[in-house]
Design a protein around this ligand. Structure first.
Ligand SMILES: [Ca+2]
Length: 338
């Protein structure tokens, strides 16, 4: 399948170059078809990458999954409801770098744990998602709209929200996120659920943000998943120009680093985010009950490529896991906790 696509792509490149090069424009059917094929090839490459990662992950760890995999007809409430009985926050004082190290060392259940992304900093309390392959450090969660995400720079830098219960909402904090992703390669997974209980997810490889003096600029690699590449604006060039968040700095209502010269994306969209002019994804936006909303601005909890800009999602989770540390961990003698 992928070989056929590659051959077709090659053929089209040759055709474009030999036959229609002189008058070639962006709207030329040949160019459009070529673009579409390129996207297909990229999608296939992404699928292969994620598949390879999952295989490596399973091989390296050779762990048994202690939780049964969630069945597709279960609601999020049913699934995570079981976590309410987990040990309370702060029950473990450890020096694991992130949830992935903790998972490899002890394989505990999902819950709040102290991790220490940097040795020169105090440990920080995070929610570790130990299902879904395990070892995910959760950096953002929306569940019920009780936490206000329309906040200033300092709050987004240091983190805010509640860090106690299984359904608490929070932003881990840009400084902590930076510490987590500054070394090595990370995979980010974004889990989304709409108001009818339907779920989707996306992956981005090599997710990272720069330090505060560069306003936590966002970088990420290849996309994969079912929810669409909303971080990159949704696909077409026009949307990418105005809504791709790759390379964007972080903005809040009191610090405007977006590319929208006439105003502040953070103020209009009610959240802190890596706005461009402004977005096709706004996961820290305003929480609207029921999904569909109206207003002057598309400022809901939005993943544009899945439910559109005028649908505010019910549940969101952004979580991280290192990719390369899997190999190093396998050789580090990380055994059962003594
Ligand atoms: Ca602006």
């Amino acid at each position: 399948m992928s070989l056929m696509l590659l051959l077709l792509l090659l053929l089209l490149v040759l055709l474009c170059q030999t036959m229609v090069l002189p008058g070639l424009s962006a709207s030329d059917p040949c160019v459009l078809e070529l673009e579409e094929l390129r996207r297909d090839v990229r999608t296939l490459q992404n699928k292969l990458l994620i598949g390879a990662w999952q295989l490596t992950h399973l091989k390296t760890h050779s762990y048994t999954i202690t939780h049964p995999p969630p069945s597709t007809n279960q609601t999020e409430e049913h699934r995570t409801g079981a976590l309410a009985s987990l040990p309370p926050a702060g029950s473990l004082i450890v020096d694991d770098k992130d949830c992935s190290e903790l998972f490899d060392r002890r394989r505990p259940g999902s819950g709040f744990y102290r991790i220490r992304p940097r040795v020169d900093q105090e440990p920080v309390l995070v929610y570790c998602d130990m299902e879904d392959g395990g070892g995910w450090t959760v950096i953002q969660r929306r569940r019920h709209g009780r936490v206000d995400f329309n906040r200033d720079w300092v709050d987004y830098r240091d983190g805010f929200g509640d860090f106690k219960l299984w359904n608490d909402e929070f932003w881990l904090g840009n400084e902590h996120i930076h510490s987590l992703v500054k070394d090595g390669e990370n995979l980010v997974k974004i889990d989304l659920m709409d108001w009818s209980g339907e779920k989707t997810h996306v992956y981005y490889q090599n997710f990272r943000i720069t330090e505060e003096k560069d306003s936590y600029r966002l970088r990420y690699g290849v996309y994969s998943g079912r929810g669409g590449d909303a971080l990159s604006g949704g696909g077409r060039m026009v949307e990418q120009w105005s809504a791709s968040l790759s390379g964007m700095q972080f903005s809040t209502r009191d610090q405007d680093h977006d590319r929208y010269l006439q105003g502040s994306c953070a103020q209009e969209n009610r959240g802190g985010w890596w706005y461009n002019r402004c977005h096709a994804a706004n996961l820290n936006g305003k929480f609207y009950r029921g999904g569909v909303y109206k207003g002057l601005y598309d400022n809901g909890v939005v993943w544009g490529t899945w439910r559109g800009l005028w649908y505010s999602l019910r549940h969101t989770t952004i979580k991280l896991r290192p990719l390369l540390s899997l190999d190093s961990l396998a050789g580090s003698g990380a055994g059962p906790d003594g």
